[in-house]
Design a binder for this molecule. Structure first.
Ligand SMILES: C[S@@+](CC[C@H](N)C(=O)[O-])C[C@H]1O[C@@H](n2cnc3c(N)ncnc32)[C@H](O)[C@@H]1O
Length: 431
């Protein structure tokens, strides 16, 4: 679908001359590979919509599902103020560190060298048993996700990071540790997380950590000049009343979860547990309860977001079609029984988010939601973008366009499915 916005009709998008993006290149991985390069959209898509929405330095861009921070990093590189909201602490850590450029790169490297030397000394001295996690925490890991030696090295490094803690660098150094944990692990991502058959019995954890820290230092050193404020909050985007100022947001660009069985707490489990964000089953449940219900592993008895879409006949019809298909196919597992319910809860959660958001938007604010069609639930097609547009309109938003961003081969159906940007406009309360 052709983009058709009133402020940039038919004009080709230009990259502004003074944009830092010109220097580092729009597809550059700078900043985006501090932790993991698993983004739901490429950085250049954010730039494109920053231009299309006509955003300038006086504007504020919000990403309410900011993950590891693609939108807010791109906003900062383009000199635009931004705010991120993220409910998963490990993604929050990554995104908040990525937009904190207020550190001295040389001092960061010096500090990291001291930490790594201390960790290496400690590793040489070890005559005792390998370090490991408390049982309750260990049991949360996917089986064999990391071999004992890389885990031991990572825990020794973490110990030294805490012992020699420097507040200025701590978050950046932790993000680098999260990355080296994943690269020293037996995990593979494609896109769901799995455990490789061939195990890495050892890995250069300290060396890989130090390399990431110096990459971080270099990225910050080369971009000091484009420094627009960016702030990230650890919060649930369905209820964030005390975080934002009313009437303060000029635009939104985000990629929320989709109804597709992807469990974000599973893809980030190793680093979340090792860094101490999740220590036991109750921490895990607490985290899951703050996330949108986009998979059957985080559905709870008292969940009631579905009340928000109880009158949306399209969503009700899809949930019923999924349930009927389950019965027809004779599928009886606990997860399969939840497919219909999670679909209702997902769209209900998005409705709740869009309803909550209205008070914080300036009249005329533009919003872009990047979403994909899904057929994960017994191959019943869910046109996420269309349904989201429907919900938004019922809440008073105007639908500007649904732009095709790319198509993707769905594993379940072997069909090409659409990934789209749903562009909305908030007309203001008196709409
Ligand atoms: C598709 S990812 C976003 C990826 C992001 N564009 C990036 O650059 O990494 C969706 C994110 O939404 C977060 N999320 C899920 N439910 C949430 C909620 N209720 N409030 C805030 N964040 C949530 C997930 O933890 C996940 O990081």
């Amino acid at each position: 679908m052709q983009m058709n916005l009133p402020f940039n009709e038919g004009k080709p998008v230009e990259i502004r001359k003074n944009s830092i993006v010109n220097k580092i290149g729009s597809n550059d991985r700078a900043f985006h590979d501090w932790y993991r390069f698993v983004l739901s959209f490429p950085p250049h898509l954010v730039q494109e919509y920053i231009q299309k929405f006509g955003l300038k330095s006086e504007h504020t861009l919000l990403d309410p599902f900011c993950g590891t921070g693609t939108t807010i990093v791109e906003a900062k590189l383009n000199g635009i103020k931004s705010i991120g909201i993220e409910a998963n602490p490990i993604a929050y850590l990554a995104s908040s560190a990525k937009v904190d450029w207020n550190i001295d790169s040389d001092n960061l490297i010096t500090h990291a060298r001291i930490v790594s030397e201390s960790a290496l000394r400690e590793l040489k001295n070890q005559s005792t048993a390998l370090r490991t996690l408390p049982l309750e925490a260990f049991e949360l890991l996917l089986k064999d996700s990391i071999s004992p030696l890389p885990l031991h090295k990572s825990l020794v490094l973490l110990e030294q990071l805490n012992r020699l803690k420097n507040d200025q660098f701590y978050r950046h150094e932790l993000v680098a540790l999260a990355k080296s944990l994943v690269s020293s692990s037996n995990l593979s991502f494609g896109p769901e997380v799995g455990v490789d058959r061939k195990k890495k019995l050892d890995a250069p954890v300290i060396e890989s950590w130090l390399n990431t820290v110096s990459k971080i230092a270099n990225d910050i050193r080369s971009t000091k000049m484009a420094d627009a404020p960016a702030v990230v909050y650890l919060a649930d985007s369905r209820q964030f009343d005390r975080i934002l100022q009313p009437d303060s947001i000029d635009a939104v660009f985000t990629s929320p979860p989709y109804p597709n069985e992807k469990d974000y707490t599973r893809t980030t489990r190793l680093e979340s547990v090792v860094l101490g964000f999740i220590n036991n089953k109750s921490d895990l449940k607490n985290l899951k309860s703050k996330l949108l219900r986009s998979n059957t592993r985080n559905v709870y008895k008292n969940d009631d977001d579905d009340a928000w879409i109880s009158e949306n006949t399209k969503i009700q019809a899809i949930a019923e079609a999924i349930e009927n298909r389950r019965i027809e196919l004779g599928k009886t597992s606990g997860f399969e029984r939840l497919y219909g319910r999670v679909t209702r809860l997902y769209f209900g959660g998005m409705a709740r988010h869009l309803a909550e958001l209205r008070q914080f938007l300036k009249p005329g604010a533009y919003l872009g939601y990047v979403v994909g069609d899904q057929a994960s639930y017994l191959q019943v097609m869910i046109r996420t973008g269309e349904l989201l547009a429907d919900i938004a309109q019922s809440l008073g938003y105007e639908l500007v366009s649904i732009d095709l961003f790319r198509t993707r081969l769905a594993t379940a159906t072997k069909r090409q499915v659409r990934e789209e940007v749903v562009v909305l406009r908030w007309p203001g309360d008196g709409h």
